[in-house]
Write a protein that binds this ligand. Structure first.
Ligand SMILES: Nc1ncnc2c1ncn2[C@@H]1O[C@H](COP(=O)(O)OP(=O)(O)OP(=O)(O)O)[C@@H](O)[C@H]1O
Length: 331
């Protein structure tokens, strides 16, 4: 596997302080490699967005990072911990090194400014020495890359369709050529055909521009199709991680199997849709041991007693995957 670009180490994120706090991200360690698309899946409330906001330090209050490190490896120079950057360093880091596209990002375009002005603002803020001519050329180029004709540059957001506005946001995220792009449900508000078209385009751009992607969604079938590796979150923890094809073919954690059974597959053999009985845990009263055990069809003695450690399973392909489940002893 290629070298790491972003290493999340033992990250903890809480909402609130002291006795009133709940832990939404629990001891998460995850590595994004250069050029890879890492998919992050899990039901609503599993902590995916909290993780994305935590990594980029965009957590809205009362969210606080209560532990861990986020090590960024720049193309040149020494790796550093994003959680230790000063506010001004952080402003430079965002967009230029890591950009994020949120769910419904298309609605965050300013309605009273033209698309061209909004793209120009990002460039002006981060590349003060760039000429107006070069800025306009870069904006045009980025819009072209995401499939928007140059004559739409001077449109106002309301003059574009939802799909086009979301493409503009993706173009803006890529305009400073970041190394890491985090996409949190970037296409959920769009219809299925548009979703797949835009995702296909992002993958193609990644091949051309060489950035890495953390792609967050609750729709595992999209991840199976578009990511290299998939991590599954439950109750704020990563419970399984594997190459996308391995996870699809042979998931180890019963929760992953349940998630796979909740979505119709777009390709490959048909699966029966079964869903997962019960509902995700309440952060205020997390079950003991493995937090999935009350819903798990395969739960047995140790599951309610002890939290399983995420580690390499004792399988022939164990080196490329990890799981946190008492059914699968880890080394
Ligand atoms: N401001 C907040 N205060 C308290 N708890 C919060 C806050 N924001 C989120 N949470 C809790 O943190 C947990 C993780 O939420 P998060 O939005 O990260 O999950 P998610 O997996 O991204 O869900 P979704 O797919 O719905 O976006 C949830 O239990 C949620 O209720």
């Amino acid at each position: 596997m290629s070298e790491p670009v972003l290493e999340i180490r033992n990250l903890n994120v809480d909402y609130g302080l002291g006795d009133a706090s709940v832990q939404a991200v629990r001891d998460v360690s995850l590595t994004l490699h250069r050029g890879e698309v890492l998919g992050l899946a899990g039901e609503s409330g599993s902590g995916k967005s909290t993780l994305a906001y935590g990594v980029t330090r965009l957590l809205p209050p009362p969210g606080v990072i209560s532990g861990g490190q986020v090590i960024y490896h720049p193309e040149q120079g020494e790796p550093y911990d994003v959680l230790r950057l000063s506010d001004s360093e952080l402003r430079a880091f965002r967009w230029a090194e890591t950009a994020i596209v949120f769910q419904g990002a298309m609605n965050s375009l300013n309605p009273v400014h033209k698309i061209s002005t909004q793209m120009d603002d990002v460039l002006r803020a981060h590349e003060p020495t760039m000429s107006a001519h070069s800025r306009a050329a870069r904006s045009r180029e980025m819009l072209k890359l995401v499939g928007i004709a140059a004559d739409r540059m001077d449109a106002y957001p309301h003059q574009l369709s939802g799909g086009m506005r979301q493409r503009v946001m993706i173009g803006m995220a890529l305009i400073l050529q970041p190394q890491v792009v985090i996409m949190d449900e970037p296409t959920t508000a769009l219809d299925v055909v548009m979703q797949r078209q835009i995702l296909g385009q992002i993958i193609e751009l990644r091949e051309r521009l060489g950035f890495s992607v953390i792609f967050i969604t609750h729709d595992l079938s999209l991840l199976v199709e578009f990511s290299n590796r998939i991590a599954i979150m439950y109750g704020g923890r990563i419970v399984e991680q594997a190459p996308a094809s391995t996870l699809y073919r042979d998931s180890l954690h019963p929760y992953s199997a349940g998630l796979l059974g909740s979505f119709p597959a777009l390709r490959g053999p048909r699966r029966e849709l079964s869903g997962i009985p019960g509902s995700p845990p309440d952060l205020k009263g997390m079950p003991s041991g493995c937090s999935f055990h009350p819903r798990c069809p395969k739960a047995f003695d140790p599951c309610a007693a002890r939290i399983p450690v995420l580690g390499r399973p004792d399988t022939p392909d164990g080196a490329s995957r990890s799981v946190a489940c008492w059914l699968h002893p880890v080394g």
